[in-house]
Design a protein around this ligand. Structure first.
Ligand SMILES: [Zn+2]
Length: 109
C-alpha cells in the first residue's frame, strides 16, 4: 500500500503517467510505503519514500521498481510524454529530458 501518493509532483505533465504506473506497481507490494517526494533532478525522475522497519526486506524490491521508472524517465519527454527523439538538452541553462518538438517550442519562447 502506498500512502501520501498525492504529494505535489515537482515535474511536468509528461511524466505524470510514469508516476501513476509506478504507484500502481508499488501499491501491489504487501507493505506500507510512504512517498516523501516526487521530483525531477538532473533530468531524471526521483521518488523518495520511507518504509517501516518491519518491511525493510522489501526495500530492494521498492528500489528496483523505482529504478525502472527512473530509467524510463530518461527516455520520456517531461513535457509531452513522447518517447520519440527524446534526449537531455539544455533549456535556458537547465538540463531537461525532452523531445525535439518540445525543445524547439521552448527554444523559440
Ligand atoms: Zn515532448
Amino acid at each position: 500500500m502506498v500512502t501520501n501518493k498525492d504529494i505535489d509532483r515537482e515535474f511536468e505533465a509528461g511524466w505524470y503517467s510514469l508516476y501513476d504506473s509506478l504507484i500502481v506497481e508499488l501499491d501491489d507490494l504487501p507493505c506500507e510505503i510512504k512517498i516523501k517526494q516526487a521530483k525531477e533532478k538532473f533530468a531524471l525522475l526521483r521518488v523518495y519514500y520511507t518504509i517501516d522497519d518491519k518491511y525493510k526486506d522489501y526495500r530492494d524490491k521498492v528500489d528496483a521498481i523505482i529504478d525502472k521508472y527512473v530509467q524510463l524517465s530518461e527516455r520520456t519527454c517531461i513535457d509531452c510524454g513522447s518517447q520519440e527523439a527524446v534526449k537531455k538538452q539544455y533549456i535556458h541553462g537547465y538540463l531537461v529530458t525532452i523531445c525535439d518538438d518540445c525543445y524547439s517550442k521552448h527554444k523559440d519562447s
